[in-house]
Design a protein around this ligand. Structure first.
Ligand code: FAD
Length: 480
């Protein structure tokens, strides 16, 4: 630890991981000052661009983040992307001015299936679809095709898949009152999708969804539920742990809406592995169906750790639209490997000691830090799974590691690896010149508050909590 001046940390990413780590570090290291770099002009990561618009209660964590950001020891640098491309700020420009850097930049790519036909029209990643209805500028022009036919398939059975299915099936008049974008409402209101199949490789016992999401789907008015394959439910469910037991009870009971009269319906289709996306001869570029291979589960479908293997039997399922919901993916920050920040491509995380200290596994010892002062939290530390609550615990763990290191005699921080032997401690004040040289326009927290206010005002006129700006220019125009 360096005496005299404040502990200066750069945080890359303004999602829950960045904010919760900042909160804890600021409360544990009294004279700490944090600068948070965010590549969009607006904060909160997946709380804004992932969490479903009909889950407003999940977004309450933003109030806590707002409180953190209001501290005089916190600076927001929005609209600054860390990277090596034109208009981005290279990671190396931060190094001389901080004691520590926290990587909390989440997972901004998605996994692909790598099967034939994946480029046909009508196939979307859940990340793109979710980003589109939540106003992520990257997908402002996605305009998913929802009017070609009545059958859609969601590949994957996690909670993101459930969000996608619910948005496709929910009454648009309910969605209209949420912060979903106007463009999405307009398109969803014309959707001809009537039947949604949510398809998974494994069985009911192994499924990743949770009861809240299933209950929401089951309870949708005027949406029927096709019964689940009963062979996946054990005869005696009383011995099962509570969460799967309750899910099975709920699914057995089914929905109140009658399949014969409800205009829309959904199903959970188990034990199917996607093999190809198919078009038809009339529309050779357009998705028309999907081929799946039936799977077997061994030793039996009720074993939580059952192994999955193909039976060789194929089934074709009609699909005009398909959503790939098989997970998000993190990548190494451009230029970071050259600076000695190791990234494990196999797992898709920054190599760390489990407590958030960036380590280099190939340096001889498994817990040897590359050099001090580098930390990670959230999805880029653990992989892209887990809810906001688990991201918070994980962020607190990283914050504890940071403060322990700061107060431990002899521990190394960023400055210790520089030739001059110490960090300038200037933070943003030192970085600013470099950012300006590259044409970066920094958005401060006060600027964000103006954008926030404008969004709320635009929403109020339509009876919604906010109308998000979906284009960067429109966000920035509020400030001119
Ligand atoms: P993120 O929230 O992704 O934040 C990362 C931030 O880093 C982003 O703001 C990004 O713009 C920024 N960034 C990326 N690259 C750069 C760069 N180069 N320079 C600067 N900044 C950068 N959890 C719940 O509890 N309830 C829910 O209902 C729920 N719904 C979800 C729905 C979806 C579709 C998804 C995907 C997730 C959902 N989650 C939900 C999980 C929750 O969103 C995550 O646990 C949490 O957001 C992970 O936090 P993070 O900070 O690691 O990443």
């Amino acid at each position: 630890a360096q005496d005299g001046r404040p502990f200066r940390m750069a945080v890359i990413g303004s999602g829950p991981a960045g904010f919760y780590t900042s909160y804890r570090v600021m409360s544990q290291i009294e004279n700490s000052v944090i600068d948070m770099y965010e590549h969009l002009p607006v904060p909160f990561g997946l709380v804004r661009f992932g969490v479903a618009p009909d889950h407003p209660e999940v977004k309450y964590c933003q109030d806590k983040f707002q409180e953190v950001a209001e501290s005089p020891r916190f600076n927001f640098a929005g609209n600054i992307s860390i990277g090596n491309e034109e208009g981005q700020l290279p990671l190396e420009t931060l190094f001389p001015h901080y004691d520590a850097i926290l990587f909390a930049y989440g997972a901004s790519k998605d996994r692909t299936l790598g099967i034939p036909g994946e480029n046909l029209k009508g196939i979307y990643s859940a990340r793109a679809f979710v980003g589109w209805y939540n106003g992520l500028p990257e997908y402002a022009d996605l305009n998913p095709e929802l009017t070609r036919g009545d059958e859609a398939v969601v590949i994957g059975q996690g909670n993101v898949a459930m969000d996608v299915a619910r948005i496709l099936l929910e009454d648009v008049d309910v969605l209209r009152k949420t912060d979903i974008t106007e463009n999405a409402i307009e398109r969803l209101s014309k959707s001809t999708v009537k039947r949604v199949r949510i398809v998974g490789r494994r069985g009911l016992r192994q499924a990743a969804f949770t009861i809240k999401e299933i209950r929401e789907l089951i309870k949708l008015p005027a949406v029927g539920f096709h019964p689940v394959d009963e062979s996946l439910i054990p005869e005696d469910i009383s011995t099962l742990p509570r969460p799967p037991r309750r899910i099975m009870e709920l699914l057995k009971k089914g929905s109140d809406a009658s399949l014969s009269t409800a205009p829309k319906s959904w199903s959970l289709d188990f034990r199917l592995s996607p093999k190809s996306f198919n078009s038809s001869s009339i529309w050779p570029n357009q998705l028309r169906s999907m081929t799946f291979e039936k799977n077997r589960l061994t030793p039996d479908p009720f074993d939580l750790a059952a192994a999955v293997s193909g039976t060789g039997e194929m089934v074709e399922i009609p699909a005009y639209t398909a959503f790939r919901s098989i997970g998000y993916k993190s990548e190494a920050l451009p230029g970071s490997r050259d600076l000695g920040v190791p990234f494990d491509d196999r797992v898709g995380i920054i190599t760390n000691d489990g407590f958030g200290r960036v380590i280099d596994k190939y340096m001889g010892s498994t817990i040897a830090p590359t050099f001090g002062g580098l930390y990670c939290a959230g999805w880029v530390k653990r992989g892209p799974t887990g809810v906001i609550a688990s991201t918070m615990s994980d962020a607190f763990q990283t914050a504890d590691a940071i403060s322990q290191d700061w107060y431990a005699p002899g521990s190394r921080f960023l400055g210790d690896t520089l030739e001059q032997g110490e960090s300038t401690g200037l933070g943003w004040e030192g970085v600013k010149v470099e950012a300006e040289k590259r044409g970066c326009r920094r958005i401060s927290w006060d600027d964000w508050k103006k954008i926030d206010l404008a969004e709320k005002k635009n929403g109020k006129a339509k009876g919604k909590p906010r109308e998000k700006f979906t284009r960067l220019d429109d966000m920035l125009a509020v400030l001119d």
